[in-house]
Structures are given as structure tokens and as C-alpha cells.
Design a protein around this ligand. Structure first.
Ligand SMILES: *Cc1c(COP(=O)(O)O)cnc(C)c1O
Length: 351
């Protein structure tokens, strides 16, 4: 037997939340949007010119880049698109995190950050959240190879004021700072306007949560045109056609419909606030989530037990068996009806 395994790039992969095959479950485990995409998406899908699939898609993704630029009042050369923000973030790691100094991110955060660091062989250091699960901005002042954090943070849902986000950027102008805004549309202020002031800032957003398009895989980064150019150079050196024709066409429809987007975000926020009050009544505590999920712990019943009981009842939530957070459940916000059933089940179980 040869020794080929010595040179395999071995990684411990990211583990996404379960996607069970059963149809009649209440799925609150992967922060998907409970509402369908904007009506224009279904229409565009019905009318799609299948003949176009014969050809390669536009490698510049112009129609989608232009639609995103228009939505934010920016120029096309300030937008980079990819196959979900996971793809965008992976490209960012490859392009910008090449220092010998470690990149910095919180100890409790999106669990893909350390996986990308491992796969791209980027040294990293984690900075502990404080006892209220807040990011401590001063921890990010020292020398480093780059900074990345979500705002609001995941899986805590906790939002950091824009002035604090800016403080971290201002203290790190020799490296790239990435603000992952997967959940910003559910109540926070975006760092996008700061790209005019800081040429080292990349803001990453996704169509997966607030735009109901997780299955389509569309994410994007917003930043200074020089950063976007560097990202595109790496993308074209990796795969020119990351975005397929369908994603480009349907993505345009999803972002065009501002009224539908705002209405659905407001509905989710209202359901979230109702769910918070009900969970509190049942003895749960949690930080003040500004996302489409609540990260909650019960005063008496262990999270793991609740997780299993809920699953048995066909209600899927997320549980992380990790230090500091292994007594918490991450509960995505579904429809009012779904959250009502969740609360009803918990109420009976806890009694
Ligand atoms: C969901 C999520 C993403 C990835 O979303 P995509 O579906 O790949 O666009 C990125 N960052 C955070 C913090 C997330 O929660």
C-alpha cells in the first residue's frame, strides 16, 4: 500500500442542519424563511427560456449584479456574487486571508469560519464572547491577518450597534474586515454605507434567509471596487461560471420586489417578538435576537432533552453540543401557525 494518504488535504467538514425527507414536520432548524419567494420568481421560472440552458451563463453575472447594485444605490463594480454567501465567504478567505498572522473571529459564531480556515490553511484565533454572548470589540484591536464576524451574530442572534462595528473596522485598516450580514434584514442597521469610508471592508449578504431563496444558492459581497476586482480575479481562476442561468434570472426577480421583501421581513419580526414573549412566559431566557431565530435556554429542562422531545413530536430545532452553548436551542422563526404549535407543545411538555 502506498503512502498517498500522507498528502491528502484532510478536513473536518462543516455539518449543516438536518433536511429531513418527511413533509409534515415543523422545520425550525436551519433559519429558512417560512414564506415563498417573491411572486415574480415563480412567474419567471414558468416563463424561462429552456433553450438558453444550452449555452454557458454570463460569467460576469451582469443582470444580477446590476439588480443588486440598483437595490442598494451602488455601482455594479462594488458587487460580487456567488453560490450562496458560503461560496462568497470561501472566495474571500482564498483572496484576502493570506497573512501569516491569524485571522480573528468570535469563539461562538458561524461554525463554517474555522472550517474554511482549515481548508485554506489560514491561521486563526478565536476571541471569547462575553457572558451575555456579546462581541468584545477591544479583543479585535491587536495585530492580525483579518477579521470576520456576523452581525447579528449566529447562533446567538445578538446584534452589535453599527458604531461598534465601525470601531472594529477603524482599528483594522491594514487587513480585510468581513461583516457577515446574513440576518441584517430582520432589524439591524447594515454596514453597507461604511464601504464608502473604509476600502478594507466587505459586507456579505445572502438571498437564503430574508429573500426566501436558500434552495437557489445566491449570496453577494459589497465593497470597494478594488476588493471586488480582486475577488473576481480569484473567482475566474477557480470557476468562471459559479452562478447558473436560473439563479441569475430568478435572483433578479427576488431582489426587484421590495414591497414583498419588506412585508415578509416585518411578518417574521412580529412573529419573533410574539415567540419571545411566549418563551419567556414558559421559563426560557435568551438574548435580544434581531435575526430570524431565537437562541434560548430553559430554567429547568436541559436543551438536549427538549431538542429530542421536540424532534419526536415532528418539530425540528437546532442543538449544538459545543462548550458554552450546549444548554441552548436555536429556534428559527416560522409562520404564526408553526410557532403556535411549538409553544403549545412546550407548554404541555414543561407542565
Ligand atoms: C446562513 C448563513 C450563511 C450562509 O448562507 P448561504 O445560504 O450560503 O447564503 C452565512 N453566514 C451566516 C452567519 C449564516 O447564518
Amino acid at each position: 500500500m502506498g503512502n498517498w494518504e500522507a498528502n491528502v488535504r484532510k478536513v473536518v467538514p462543516y455539518v449543516p442542519g438536518e433536511q429531513p425527507a418527511e413533509q409534515n414536520i415543523i422545520k425550525l432548524n436551519t433559519n429558512e424563511n417560512p414564506y415563498p419567494p417573491a411572486p415574480g420568481v415563480a412567474e419567471a421560472l414558468r416563463e424561462m427560456n429552456i433553450g438558453k440552458l444550452r449555452k454557458y451563463p454570463d460569467p460576469t453575472c451582469k443582470i444580477l449584479v446590476d439588480a443588486i447594485a440598483e437595490n442598494y444605490g451602488l455601482n455594479a463594480n462594488q458587487i460580487f456574487v456567488g453560490v450562496g454567501s458560503d461560496d462568497v465567504l470561501a472566495m474571500i478567505y482564498m483572496t484576502f486571508f493570506n497573512s501569516k498572522e491569524p485571522i480573528l473571529f468570535p469563539d461562538i459564531t458561524y461554525s463554517f469560519y474555522d472550517v474554511w480556515a482549515d481548508v485554506f490553511r489560514v491561521p486563526y484565533e478565536t476571541k471569547p464572547l462575553d457572558e451575555n454572548f456579546c462581541i468584545v470589540k477591544e479583543d479585535y484591536y491587536g495585530k492580525n491577518g483579518g477579521v470576520i464576524f456576523p452581525n447579528p451574530n449566529a447562533p446567538t442572534g445578538i446584534y452589535m450597534e453599527l458604531s461598534e462595528v465601525e470601531d472594529i473596522i477603524a482599528h483594522n485598516q491594514d487587513v480585510i474586515v468581513v461583516v457577515d450580514e446574513a440576518y441584517i434584514d430582520f432589524g439591524g442597521a447594515s454596514a453597507v454605507p461604511l464601504i464608502e469610508k473604509y476600502d478594507n471592508l466587505l459586507v456579505v449578504q445572502t438571498f437564503s434567509k430574508s429573500r426566501s431563496m436558500a434552495g437557489m444558492r445566491i449570496g453577494f459581497a459589497i465593497g470597494n471596487e478594488k476588493l471586488i476586482k480582486y475577488l473576481n480575479d480569484v473567482k475566474y481562476s477557480f470557476n468562471s461560471y459559479t452562478m447558473d442561468e436560473t439563479a441569475l434570472v430568478l435572483g433578479v426577480e427576488a431582489i426587484k420586489d421590495k414591497a414583498y421583501f419588506e412585508e415578509k421581513c416585518e411578518m417574521i419580526i412580529a412573529t419573533r417578538e410574539w415567540t419571545k414573549a411566549e418563551l419567556k412566559r414558559l421559563g426560557f431566557s435568551f438574548g435580544d435576537s434581531k435575526s430570524n431565530f431565537i437562541f434560548a435556554t430553559h430554567e429547568r429542562i436541559p436543551a438536549k432533552e427538549l431538542f429530542e422531545a421536540l424532534k419526536e413530536a415532528g418539530i425540528y430545532v437546532r442543538y449544538f453540543s459545543k462548550p458554552r452553548i450546549d444548554n441552548y436551542l436555536r429556534i428559527s422563526i416560522g409562520t404564526d401557525g408553526e410557532m403556535f404549535k411549538l409553544i403549545q407543545f412546550l407548554e404541555n411538555y414543561i407542565k
